[in-house]
Design a protein around this ligand. Structure first.
Ligand SMILES: [Cu+2]
Length: 625
């Protein structure tokens, strides 16, 4: 394994060195990758916090961070974007001291980790948060292996740099050994204040789509960014026009897309020796961006999803929802550079890096593709028509029985009466575990003013690559391609089904679940030991990457007892999906959309696992957010 490259001086280090460096770092220093290093090599490997045998220390600091030559304030872990790579080992205990050097509260949430409730890091829900000047010690058993990440669960800190990757080495042998590996963290960077982004979306939800900016906005930008930057923004993006109902509500008009903290011009480079088997550990740590990832010239073999081994799938491109991770094996045989290309789903920009035998090499950047357009199916008026049969393969053994329903007349809402069937708790026996849900007409409940444009028909779309993908003539990953590497033991049927609607009113930038903002919602209560089928119906025309803390979800994609485990799953517009989870962890857990701005707007619930035999188990410390 060539995980580290001694020639670069970034050899595997123990906590002591890194902890000392963190302690010495001053706040508000200017950290530019190139100026620090005196060459472009810095940042090629992230700093590593090795928590496998020792305690580690993370300091939350404000620094000036430069992207493609421009600077803004960033909230960081140990002074870098992304923060240091954290390495843990399955079967050990992690001890992580997090010191808050900001003048505002902060937190660290361990995305995808199974741990005691009090260590999950959601302020107001699992702990009080970390006050300025305080140190909070996270201490938990490491019970899993794979690629994960961690980030702030406070305000908009995640948007401005507070995220990092975590690799957990297995207690036993590595399931997919490689000659070399690189962590590839994708993110979206903005020079705007995220509170301002949110305020703009509240006023004009299509602000970042149609570039409709007022003279006042222009002068505000000039005072914040300077005249040159403002004009350059306008020139770069002035030609872009998008529909109000486009696929992303925040776009490349404000975002620069990053690989490992580097903009497209900075061009992060991952080295290889031709002929090596290389593992790329991808993390989508963006606040609001989905990425379509490919490396032209290299087939991509997906071996892990959400940190869990999956049966290897070879594709040419895959979409990453926010919060997802994928491990990908590539074998570059030629002595040349390859472009690692991660296009924003709405085609408004891209993150770019290079895999090469030596620094400074570059390969071609693929031409811009047509931007994705919403279809009738995305608006829930397509029924069968929305299923791109061209992507289906004859060997797809999924149950498509439900897809044979006649197409509804687009404007005929009489079908809504069928919604009475939706109350599954009192309905017939639940369908077999691991199978795909049937299509469903929307019921009469429109979920109130917080919901608009309800999709009439929700369908299973796991066999679709996603909006704007799958028509380029190459292989694209679909959720139905994912199968757990091993058969799941004791795979059993759910005890109960809970149905949730993902709702929103784009015109008012309101996002909710079942039409109710988080602040007005009761927790979803489940009993310890229950096996729950969680069915989600996306009533909106946007994608929502839904993330459950503290417990694995099993995505029912038709693979029976080999359905994949996930911590995050994307729900497409007008899609109906279902997941199984065992309520095996007591306490209140966060469940939310991982679009930071959707979560902030109210698309959030508490899933509270209670033991009816115990008295007080609220574990709450006040209001969340
Ligand atoms: Cu969302």
């Amino acid at each position: 394994m060539k995980r580290d490259e001694p020639s670069r001086g970034l050899t595997r280090r123990r906590f002591l060195e890194v902890g000392a460096a963190a302690g010495a770092a001053a706040t508000l220093q200017t950290v530019t990758p190139r100026s620090l290093s005196g060459g472009p090599a810095f940042g090629t490997r992230p700093a590593v916090l090795d928590g496998r045998e020792a305690e580690v220390e993370i300091s939350i600091q404000e620094v000036r961070w430069a992207v493609d030559g421009r600077e803004r304030r960033a909230v960081t872990m140990n002074g870098s974007v992304p923060g240091p790579l954290l390495r843990l080992r399955e079967g050990t205990e992690a001890v992580i001291h997090v010191r808050n050097e900001l003048d505002e509260p902060t937190s660290v949430h361990w995305h995808g980790l199974i741990l005691p409730n009090g260590m999950d890091g959601v302020p107001g829900l699992n702990f009080p948060g970390i006050a300025p000047g305080e140190t909070f010690t996270y201490r938990f058993p490491v019970q899993q292996a794979g690629t994960y990440w961690f980030h702030s669960h406070s305000g908009f800190q995640e948007q401005i740099g507070h995220f990092a990757a975590m690799i957990i080495d297995p207690a036993g042998p590595e399931p997919d050994p490689a000659d070399r590996e690189h962590v590839v963290i994708l993110s979206d960077w903005t020079f705007e204040n995220p509170h301002r982004i949110m305020a703009r979306l509240k006023k004009h939800p299509d602000y970042y789509n149609n570039q409709r900016r007022t003279l006042g906005d222009f002068f505000a930008d000039v005072s914040e960014q300077g005249l040159g930057a403002t004009l350059s923004d306008r020139l770069d993006w002035g030609g872009m026009r998008m529909m109000a109902s486009d696929v992303s509500d925040i776009t490349g008009s404000t975002y620069t897309y990053l690989v490992n903290g580097r903009g497209p011009d900075d061009n992060w480079t991952g080295l290889f020796t031709p002929g090596e088997r290389m593992k790329l550990r991808f993390v989508n740590a963006a606040a609001a961006s989905f990425f379509d990832v490919r490396i032209p010239g290299l087939p991509l073999t997906i071996v892990e999803s959400n940190g869990q081994p999956v049966a290897p799938v070879e594709v040419d491109e895959f979409r990453m929802a926010i919060g997802e991770t994928f491990d990908v094996i590539v074998e570059p045989g030629e002595d040349r550079a390859y472009t690692l290309f991660a296009e924003a789903m709405d085609r408004s920009g891209f993150a770019r890096a290079t895999l090469a035998p030596s620094e400074g090499m570059e390969a071609e950047i693929p031409p811009k593709r047509e931007r994705a357009l919403l279809t009738m199916a995305d608006m829930g008026h397509g029924g069968h028509a929305g299923h791109d049969m061209g992507q289906m393969e004859p060997d797809d053994a999924m149950d498509h029985a439900g897809h044979d329903m006649p197409e509804p007349e687009p404007m005929d809402h009489s079908g809504h009466d069928m919604g009475a069937m939706a109350d599954m708790e009192h309905g017939p026996a639940l369908r077999a575990p691991g199978t795909l849900p049937d299509d469903q007409m929307h019921g009469p409940d429109e979920h109130g003013a917080a919901n608009a444009g309800v999709a009439m028909m929700a369908t299973s779309r796991l066999h679709e690559a996603g909006i704007g993908l799958g028509s380029d003539g190459w292989r694209v990953l679909r959720y139905t391609d994912l199968a757990a590497r091993e058969v799941r033991p004791n795979f059993r049927a759910p005890d109960r089904e809970i149905e949730l609607h993902l709702t929103g009113n784009m015109e008012r930038y309101m996002w909710s679940i079942d039409g109710v903002h988080f602040r007005d919602a009761e927790p979803i209560e489940v009993r310890f030991g229950e096996r729950i089928r969680l069915t989600m119906i996306n009533d909106t025309m946007m994608n929502h990457p839904m993330h459950l803390h503290g417990m694995w979800m099993e995505l029912e994609n038709g693979r029976g007892d080999r359905i994949p485990r996930v911590h995050t799953v994307n729900v497409k517009p007008a899609e109906k999906i279902s997941l199984l989870f065992d309520a095996d962890a007591l306490g209140p857990w966060a469940f939310h959309c991982h679009v930071l701005y959707h979560m902030d707007a109210g698309m959030f619930r508490i899933v509270h696992v209670v033991d009816p035999t115990m008295a007080d188990q609220s574990g709450r410390h006040g209001d969340v957010a």
